[in-house]
Design a protein around this ligand. Structure first.
Ligand SMILES: Cc1ncc(COP(=O)(O)O)c(C=O)c1O
Length: 481
């Protein structure tokens, strides 16, 4: 048989070997060089970036070797080193080690995780990941869910499900009828994705109640009850509470058990925003704090945070998967689907039709490292956060401004202004000490280190606190320098 010609957009054997070799080299160098990256946020080369923006795409391709060189010379140096051990800003962990390989395989086999004939094994793998996650919260066998692009979309899908559950004719009527406006309750410390979802769904921000929090930044259940009563008295219709297990700023955990009692008594959907915190359920030390999540109707969580999956991997789990299906399943004459009890058609459990094989990277990491390694990684971040909190408490010029129930550590420098704190964040980044984030609690600004990084060590924490103490002494001239 004559040798087949290389198809137009395929690589020939030589280029496949070259690309494999260059990719392996790139990943090796990236891993080795990470701790020595001088600046976590790069000193951006504007000329290079302008070139990337303005250069026309070549009529004749540059080929594999020059492509890799362009990535190493132009893209990598202008990228934030999110996997650096002292990248402690926001809630973002470094990707786990097998992730790039799993992503490459997912791209190669390009399963379309919409209906099972286009992705039979992928459908089962997504089911297995979701049922493992649901099991962590002791959800019943009726539970199901879907992997999403992140926690925000998981919460949007959850609120869509809650809406359909409350108004089964919602798909036909929308919210444009004479019934009372629906009201959603969350806390002042909730992530903005809750408001965003309410706005997208047409609930209206005027119908979102931000319930005040207690001294530890947890939703006040007495205030929740009072708000529900006031809304009912005003002729409105309470329908859903979003509790947070791990608020984005301080990691506070709302009193889910008591909130679940209110939801049961008032017949409200209870959604948990666990994008940051829910996967701390994997820690023996923290599991108890999440036991009441079993009572929630739905939980949003983020494998791209505490399972260290590369972006994007969020997840929604719903206690009764039929409710999720009722919200999203539509019949399409152009899709021929035969039911099979082993596989699911994930297009019926969310808004997307074409969907990537996100479950592979989560599954591959669980297989490669085993669940115990994830427990250890999570415990490691918890222990480091406690260590950081202790070191801050021991420094005379620094002060914690919130308890540290998980891994977010919020603090201030005594006698420094809000502007000083903003400036200090920039200094820490530019001198290469660390990338920390801003915190705002009760209207006061501070600094937040969120340890979602399995690469961080005690030495990294010491280095950060020592620099902080140095800058704090400088900020307080009356104290010894
Ligand atoms: C509590 C909480 N909810 C929601 C989100 C949003 O998650 P994502 O960025 O995956 O959409 C975050 C992100 O940090 C979060 O901490």
């Amino acid at each position: 048989m004559p040798a087949r010609q290389t198809p137009l957009l395929a690589l020939d054997e030589r280029d496949r070997k070259l690309a494999g070799h260059l990719l392996a080299e790139f990943l090796d160098d990236h891993e080795r060089n990470l701790p020595d990256v001088a600046r976590i946020v790069p000193d951006v080369d504007r000329d290079v970036l302008t070139g990337l923006l303005q250069e026309p795409f070549p009529e004749q391709g540059i080929g594999v070797e020059r492509l890799f060189r362009k990535v190493s010379d132009e893209i990598l140096p202008n990228s934030t080193a999110v996997a650096h051990p002292r990248f402690l800003a926001y809630v973002q962990g470094p990707p786990n080690g097998i992730a790039p390989y799993a992503e490459a395989i997912a791209a190669a086999i390009n399963q379309n995780c919409n209906f099972w004939q286009l992705s039979p094994a992928a459908s089962v793998i997504e089911r297995s990941v979701i049922s493992w996650l649901a099991g962590l919260f002791r959800y019943p066998g009726t539970a199901g869910g879907i992997l999403t692009s992140g926690g925000s979309i998981a919460t949007l899908n959850a609120l869509t499900t809650a809406l359909h559950d409350r108004r089964p004719d919602f798909r036909r009527t929308g919210l444009q009828d004479a019934r009372p406006p629906l009201v959603l309750y969350t806390s002042k410390e909730a992530h903005r994705c809750v408001e965003k979802a309410a706005a997208i769904l047409g609930l209206g921000l005027d119908n979102v109640r931000q319930i005040p929090t207690d001294a530890d930044y947890r939703m006040r259940v007495d205030a929740l009850k009072a708000a529900i009563q006031a809304d009912r008295a005003a002729g409105l219709e309470p329908f859903c509470v979003v509790a947070t297990t791990g608020t984005v700023t301080s990691g506070s955990i709302d009193p889910v058990e008591a909130i679940a009692d209110v939801c049961r008594d008032e017949r409200l959907w209870l959604h948990i925003d666990g994008a940051y915190g829910a996967l701390f359920v994997l820690s023996d030390r923290k599991r108890e704090a999440f036991s009441a999540c079993a009572r929630a109707d739905s939980i949003a969580l983020d494998p791209h945070k505490l399972l260290f999956a590369p972006l994007e991997a969020g997840c929604l789990i719903v206690r009764d998967s039929e409710k999720l299906r009722a919200a999203f399943a539509v019949h399409s004459s152009y899709l021929t689907v035969n039911d099979d009890p082993l596989m699911l058609d994930f297009m019926n459990y969310g808004p997307q039709l074409s969907r990537s094989f996100k479950a592979l990277k989560v599954w591959a990491a669980l297989q490669t490292f085993g669940t115990e390694t994830f427990r250890k990684a999570i415990d490691h971040t918890l222990a480091l956060a406690q260590y950081l909190a202790e070191r801050i408490q021991a420094e005379p010029h620094l002060r914690l401004i919130a308890p540290v129930p998980l891994t977010a550590v919020c603090f201030r420098i005594n006698n420094a202004s809000d502007a000083d704190h903003t400036a200090l964040l920039a200094t820490l980044a530019s001198e290469g000490t660390a990338l920390l984030g801003p915190a705002s609690l009760n209207g006061r600004k501070g600094i937040r280190a969120c340890i979602t990084n399995y690469r961080t060590t005690r030495e990294d924490i010491d280095l950060i606190v020592n620099r902080l103490a140095h800058h704090a002494r400088t900020a307080e001239p009356s104290l010894p320098g």
